[in-house]
Ligand binder design. Structure first.
Ligand code: ADP
Ligand code: MG
Length: 736
């Protein structure tokens, strides 16, 4: 008998070959198909008449095809189809519509959806590029599905063959055959308390809503059925996180002792008075470090808020307790900078701290030596890149791991495994500048505790941000010269290293914010007439050196340089031996040179908002007034305009993050795939924030009470579902 876990291949109407296409879309079982929800609904019970519609609104209109024609204009072929409804006409227009040539026949009934516009020629209305569906003759078996009701519109599951109409019919059959046998996953007590419908009812209602359902609630996924399905998905995410967090607390860690002697060691090296926020964060970290269970903490703070020093203090506590501490950075440049910075700060100490750098591009000889020092305990503080977990590093006595500027899952797992028999698990501190809105951070990183640096160190002046188009570049170079003459330094940033290809990855491994998804997409559809030529770092370095910036000391930095060359360039810029650093986005994260007060970002339209904010964070790190100049060449899309305007308007990382989240959607914002974060089937983290919080509350209450609200059978169901959800959706096996 057909059940929810039946492979799609065995569903009526789907054979092995369609099943193969569906597998490509991640649909393997009946359940997967049921969770392919409509992305839109049309009210075909009460379709709009052409007398009611108003130019400018989005509407679905049903009418009869009168005729169609393919016009070959000089610019492109245009396909026109005329729809009549009573005395009204609606002209539907598709640019490059050759493919539609034989689709319509006079007399067919067609539903179109799009923006209604006034038409000069036909005295009626027109629609440009509407979505359409040719409706069946009233005698057909399924006609009640597509007409005279609220009709679900689906994304195609493969070409026109498995198009919206196929999906609709398939789901209708499937729901019919399952006939009320879709099992519940949530305890009745929770559903009752929240007034939510059963899973069976919900799945029926989201696909084929009853007549009186509000169309606007359907469109915004706010019907009871939608809310229940979203809640369910988020509940199992939160439940898994909550259990992970509790389990971590039960494991054996290391109880560090922040003795008076340790505090004295910290005071000795601290180069400035910490801000109140830094003190509070360190206090929270120290509290965790004192506990005998392993610390799992996220330190969040906008660019320039001073996370590094907090981490260094925590690492000193570990070292003073006789352990090793490791700091992992996403790029070699950043690792090198941390290494140089730590060495400089620790010079002040009476005790001799042994600091070791380990990155992927060190030569074999150096690497071996570094690994040796780490293994036999000669290294106290180890700073490196991903090489730290990739190069089979054997730590002698690892006590604390700090992961800088990224928030990927999985990393912590690996460090956990590095503990030696008989030793406790190391503490882990993850740092990020990605200003995840706090409520989201708490819910998404439910297995981490959170500390926030919500205050910048004193004496910072706001960064002045200006936009400029390429024809004013002379002015910009003059501006750079003026600042260099005053003893300051500048960055000039380009989107690519050389040539105009987009395919030039810059980080040693992809950071969540990178690469910017939008520019990459745009590059796939170049403008009609020209392929944009991109200015690249290497060419512009030569050009600027020979031309507008002749006489200044220029350096070039990008990801393809050897580790040594990177270090040399960075050092020279840091020491003020270079005036201008021409660079790619390798400087995006963490680079800290307070004397640099100007950053010019060329092709700013190509960068994502998070990236622009990070790049701007390279300046304004000292007390001198700083400038960020966003240069754009050529056409700027409407969305890029919004990003650039936002950059000029505000410097608040949280505000920018909210906008970024809204513009890009959560998947891209969080770098879902790389981050190992869930790809939701129904939930949307921006839209459903309130349900996320509800789910978190319910999940932690459920765990805290041991699920006593539920019957034993229900608890077993919840456990099974949890395991399944985490294995399938989040690829983590150890949740149950
Ligand atoms: P981020 O949080 O972006 O990693 P950093 O740790 O690199 O920020 O700090 C930014 C700059 O601010 C550095 O130059 C650092 O030395 C300086 N800084 C940090 N904390 C303070 C403080 N309490 N007072 C003065 N300067 C500080
Ligand atoms: Mg930093």
């Amino acid at each position: 008998m057909l059940a929810i876990d039946t492979p799609v291949q065995f569903i009526k109407g789907i054979g092995p070959s369609i099943a193969e296409s569906l597998a490509e879309k991640g649909i393997g079982t009946a359940e997967d198909l049921l969770y392919h929800l409509p992305f839109r609904y049309e009210d075909r019970a009460n379709p709009r008449t052409l007398h009611e519609v108003v130019a400018g609104e989005m509407a679905s209109v049903i009418g009869e095809v009168r005729g169609s024609i393919l016009l070959r204009t000089r610019a492109m072929p245009i396909f026109e189809m005329t729809l009549v409804q009573g005395t009204g006409t609606l002209k539907c227009i598709w640019f490059r519509g050759t493919y539609l040539k034989d689709r319509f026949q006079a007399g067919q009934t067609v539903a179109v959806f799009g923006k209604v516009e006034a038409s000069r020629s036909s005295r009626g209305f027109k629609m440009i590029q509407p979505q359409f569906e040719i409706l069946p003759q009233a005698t057909e078996e399924f006609s009640s599905l597509e007409m005279g009701r609220i009709t679900p519109i689906y994304e195609s599951l493969g070409g026109t063959k498995l198009g919206p109409r196929w999906v609709r019919r398939q789901l209708f059959t499937l729901l019919g055959e399952l006939g009320g046998r879709i099992p519940e996953t949530l305890p009745a007590a929770i559903l009752g308390r929240l007034g939510m419908p059963s899973r069976d009812t919900s799945l029926h209602q989201v696909h084929f809503p009853d007549a009186p359902t509000s169309l606007s609630q359907l469109q915004s996924a706010r019907t009871a059925a939608h809310r229940r399905l979203i809640f369910e998905e988020l509940f199992f995410l939160e439940l898994g996180l909550e259990i992970k967090r509790r389990k971590a607390k039960e494991r054996a860690g290391i109880a560090f002792a922040p003795s008076e002697q340790v505090r004295a060691a910290l005071r000795e090296v601290l180069p400035f008075h910490p801000t109140a926020a830094q003190k509070r964060a360190l206090g929270e970290i120290v509290e965790d470090m004192k506990q005998p269970s392993p610390m799992r903490r996220l330190l969040q703070g906008d660019v320039g808020s001073g996370k590094t020093i907090v981490a260094l203090q925590a690492m000193l506590i570990a070292i003073e307790n006789g352990y090793q501490a490791a700091l992992m950075a996403p790029t070699e440049i950043l690792a090198t900078q941390h290494y140089l910075g730590a060495r400089k700060m620790l010079e002040r100490a009476t005790r001799d701290y042994r600091v070791t750098l380990l990155t992927g591009s060190l030569d074999v000889h150096h690497k071996r030596a570094a690994r040796g020092r780490i293994a036999n305990g000669e290294a106290d503080l180890i700073i490196g890149t991903h090489a730290l977990i990739e190069e089979k590093v054997d730590f002698n006595r690892l006590g604390l791991v700090v992961v800088d500027e990224q928030h990927r899952f999985g990393v912590m797992q690996r460090f956990r495994l590095m503990k030696k028999p008989g030793q406790g698990e190391p503490d882990v501190l993850v740092m990020t500048a990605t200003p995840i809105p706090r409520t989201l951070a708490l819910s998404l990183y439910g297995d981490l505790d959170l500390s926030v640096l919500d205050e910048l160190p004193p004496g910072r002046t706001p960064i002045v941000t200006r936009r400029g188009s390429d024809d004013r570049s002379d002015e910009v170079w003059q501006f750079v010269r003026k600042h260099v003459a005053a003893g300051r330094q500048a960055y000039i940033v380009y989107p690519v290293i050389e040539g105009s290809s987009d395919d030039q990855p810059e980080l040693d491994f992809p950071a969540p914010e990178e690469p910017p998804a939008k520019p990459a997409k745009r590059a796939k559809t170049p403008s009609l007439f020209e392929r944009p030529t991109l200015k690249a770092a290497t060419q512009m370095y030569e050009e600027l050196r020979a031309g507008p910036l002749a006489g200044l000391r220029l350096g070039l930095l990008h990801g393809r340089l050897s580790a040594d060359d990177k270090e040399i360039v960075m050092r020279r810029f840091q020491r003020g031996e270079l005036d201008v650093l021409v660079s790619t986005t390798v400087i995006e994260v963490g680079v800290d040179v307070p004397n640099a007060t100007v950053i010019v970002i060329e092709h700013a339209e190509r960068f994502g908002l998070a990236q622009l904010h990070q790049l701007r964070g390279r300046v304004g790190r000292g007390s001198a007034k700083s400038y960020c100049i966003l240069m754009t060449g050529g056409r700027v899309s409407a969305e890029a305009e919004q990003r650039l305007d936002a950059m000029v308007r505000t410097q608040d990382g949280f505000e920018l993050a909210e906008l970024d989240l809204a513009l890009r959607g959560p998947g891209e914002f969080f770098g879902t795939r790389q981050a190992g974060l869930p790809d939701f089937r129904v939930a949307n983290l921006v839209r459903d924030r309130e349900l996320l919080e509800l789910a978190k509350r319910e999940a932690s209450a459920f765990v805290a009470s041991g699920g006593t609200e539920a019957s034993e059978a229900e608890r077993a169901l919840v456990a099974a579902r949890l395991k399944q959800a985490w294995q399938r959706r989040y690829g983590l096996v150890e949740a149950g």
